[in-house]
Write a protein that binds this ligand. Structure first.
Ligand code: 6S8
Length: 211
């Protein structure tokens, strides 16, 4: 068992609709599944990151709850905001999902770097950051990222944090099972993120603003 196979709701469990529709609740649950990991590492340096991530999940959940039958998929939510010209209003679901997907792409690239053999977590995080979030961050937020990276665990502790039962982590087979699970997880994430990215591109929803 690994953190990924123990997850109650994973990206691998999302069944897309025939037209590529991403079901809202399974998606939000899969996002929430990542949060306990930040708690396991348990550094206060991750507090702002966690707050931002959960804030966007919350905004999308609120939108969904406001009319469940109308917002069964993420695309239905985005289409509604496109039709009502509200994609750019403060706290729009379009804005929340834009930041959420950027954070998810960062996590996905980081995990792929790790899986591909980069065991220096600082390097794995920096390289993922450079190809995802960094262009959208001004110097203050870049500083928050630098602080969070300084609090990154040692590879040994990172692997341990991904073992629901710490005894598992010492098993020689654990790392190979972990790498398989990461492969499956990041592949499932990639499918979902590509659909969202394409939707944002087609409808010109991506903002280049720097925060
Ligand atoms: C804009 C922006 N959000 C916000 O200003 C930035 C907040 C600080 C983010 C710093 C990024 C640092 C990530 C480092 C993590 C390092 C962890 C190391 C662990 C090993 C937006 O905010 C709002 O979101 C939006 O709602 C609206 O208000 O302009 C808008 C208005 O502003 C961001 O840049 C999004 C940041 C997303 C963070 C990604 C979460 C990372 C979570 C976990 C990382 C752990 C990786 C390992 C996972 C392995 C287990 C699954």
């Amino acid at each position: 068992l690994t953190f990924f196979s123990a997850m109650l709701h994973s990206f691998s469990d999302i069944s897309l609709e025939e037209d590529g529709g991403i079901p809202t609740m399974p998606f939000l649950s899969a996002c929430e599944g990542i949060v306990p990991f930040l708690d396991t590492i348990g550094s206060t340096a991750f507090a702002p990151v966690k707050m931002d991530f959960m804030g966007n999940i919350g905004k999308l959940r609120t939108k969904y709850t406001s009319e469940v039958s109308k917002f069964e998929t993420l695309q239905a939510i985005l289409n509604q905001e496109i039709c009502t010209a509200t994609t750019k209003v403060r706290n729009s679901a379009t804005d929340a999902l834009m930041w959420l997907k950027r954070g998810l792409r960062f996590i996905q690239k980081f995990l792929v770097n790790f899986k591909s053999g980069e065991r220096n977590l600082t390097l794995a995080l920096n390289s993922a950051y450079a190809s995802t979030l960094k262009v959208y961050h001004g110097w203050v937020v870049k500083g928050i990222f630098a602080l969070a990276v300084k609090a990154a665990p040692y590879p040994k502790d990172f692997i341990r944090a991904l073992a629901p039962n710490p005894d598992n982590a010492d098993d020689k087979r654990f790392i190979s099972i972990l790498l398989q699970d990461i492969d499956q997880y990041t592949t499932a994430m990639d499918v979902v993120l590509n659909i969202i990215d394409n939707f944002y591109e087609e409808h010109d929803l991506e903002s280049t603003a720097v925060v």
